[in-house]
Ligand binder design. Structure first.
Ligand code: NDP
Length: 413
């Protein structure tokens, strides 16, 4: 669909509007957002469509049809997204369609290994939401995250990978020599091996007001929501590579960017730090903690911040804030499933698996492969793995390495 084909009519204070926007954003489907609070004509249009009632979101499609407060499955069906795999059994099921998962899948499918990739949101993972990947080998001028993701997807499809989108995996289990993967819609698929490449997501601060203003001033994706802040004042929370890189991106739109760093210094790469320090629109406040997100009329207006050096609290006026304070692995679906995780929830693989007695539990006749988990036949690659470098290039590299190990595993099965 092209840019003009989907229009979402809603208001910042409406959680269902936020969910629909998030869904479209995650699936990289372009849409036009109309805030009916600020547009009387649009409000009249919504009421006309809904028999005089102001029901939002009202989503209008290019063919003139429309959906009112649609459930995710309804929206997915309307957009023609494939929601069921063609078979029930595969050689390999890859959970997660980011750089690690898609690279592994294109390697295995190219070798004739039947491969299904199950992705809960958009293909490309976190990389898809990155404005520009500048350190991708072979792309001397950089490449946008969305273009890179689309290229990966096309390449996987060219080698015959089956892709299943909009389905969250809720658990895995073992059934004799087969592994089973369950999805949220109650479907079960089996495979001789599994690769977990579910990546991670941005951590939340967990202070008052953060969830109240989600999508109405509080954001976690600069590429998605940065352009909303043209000529405005924004704050970025965090001091790592994400916070600094995204601040540089936001400074293209916003008039002023304040980076609030909890520690005494950045954790980001030197080169990016230098760019941030000399940027005329960026102000940096070290040793500053955010205590609350404050607003009025369902819209964020201030942050309550604490200067740890002086102990002084103040209100910082902002139109929007972007939170980049680290990552949480997407491994909830593995809890209690026999896959060993570290204390933060990242997956242990290969040499990191603890030896219990002579053998690692579950491995009687052989040692695990480098990217194999504590469950034989279940592999992990990319950001979800303990010790991974959280780089797109290494995630793709781990995907390739996992694919080769899986090929060996399947040969010996
Ligand atoms: P990082 O873990 O690198 O940094 C997190 C930042 O958030 C730190 O400054 C940390 O402060 C701060 N922080 C954590 N918790 C809180 C809190 N509760 N309140 C306030 N501040 C907090 O996370 P990133 O998301 O930046 O990066 C994740 C990984 O991805 C890293 O390995 C990074 O190198 C990589 N990455 C690489 C990129 C590239 O190569 N182009 C781009 C983006 C990310 P403190 O230091 O005080 O703990």
């Amino acid at each position: 669909m092209t840019e003009a084909e989907i229009t979402v009519y809603g208001a910042p204070s409406c959680p269902a509007c936020r969910n629909s926007k998030m869904f479209l954003g995650e699936h990289q489907i372009p849409y036009r957002w109309v805030n009916i609070d600020d547009d009387a004509e649009a409000e009249r249009f919504v009421m006309e469509k809904n028999g005089g009632r102001r029901i939002i979101p009202t989503i209008v499609f290019g063919d003139g049809s429309f959906l009112v407060q649609p459930a995710v499955a309804e929206l997915a069906a309307k957009l023609g997204l494939k929601t069921e795999a063609s078979r029930s059994q595969y050689d390999l099921i890859v959970v997660g369609g980011g750089p690690a998962g898609l690279t592994a899948a294109l390697y295995t499918a190219r070798e004739g290994i039947d491969t299904l990739v199950i992705e809960r949101a958009a293909f490309g993972g976190q990389a898809a939401g990155t404005e520009r990947l500048d350190n991708m080998p072979g792309f001397p001028d950089g490449v946008t995250g969305s273009e890179f993701s689309q290229r990966l997807r096309r390449q996987a499809e060219r080698f015959g990978v089956e892709l299943l989108q909009v389905h969250e995996v809720t658990g895995i289990s073992r059934n004799a020599d087969l592994h089973a993967v369950k999805t949220e819609n109650g479907k079960q698929y089996t495979a001789r091996s599994i690769l977990i490449a579910t990546g991670s997501h941005y951590k939340r601060l967990g202070v008052p007001g953060e969830t109240d203003y989600l999508g109405a001033g509080v954001h976690f994706c600069a590429t998605c929501d940065g352009p909303l802040y043209k000529g405005k004042r924004v704050a970025v929370i965090g001091g790592g590579n994400s916070a600094t890189e995204e601040s540089l991106f936001l400074a293209k739109f916003a008039d002023h960017v304040t980076i609030l760093v909890r520690g005494e210094e950045f954790r980001a790469t030197r080169l990016i730090q230098d760019e941030v320090f000399k940027h005329p629109k960026i102000e940096i406040r070290f040793q500053t903690q955010v205590k609350a997100f404050l607003g009025s009329n369902s819209k964020l207006t201030h942050l309550k911040i604490l200067d740890a050096r002086t102990g002084r609290e103040e209100n910082l006026e902002v139109d929007g804030v972007f939170v980049f304070i680290g990552l949480i692995p997407n491994t909830r679906f593995l809890e209690g499933r026999g896959v060993l995780l570290d204390r933060w929830g990242f997956i242990l693989t290969g040499y990191d698996l603890p030896e219990q007695g002579r053998h690692i539990t579950g491995y009687k006749m052989r040692a695990p492969y480098m990217l194999e988990t504590s469950l034989p036949g279940v592999f992990a690659a990319g950001d979800v793995r303990m010790g991974s470098t959280k780089q797109v290039v290494s995630a793709a590299g781990e995907g390739a390495a996992a694919a080769l190990a899986i090929r060996e595993y399947l040969k010996r099965l």
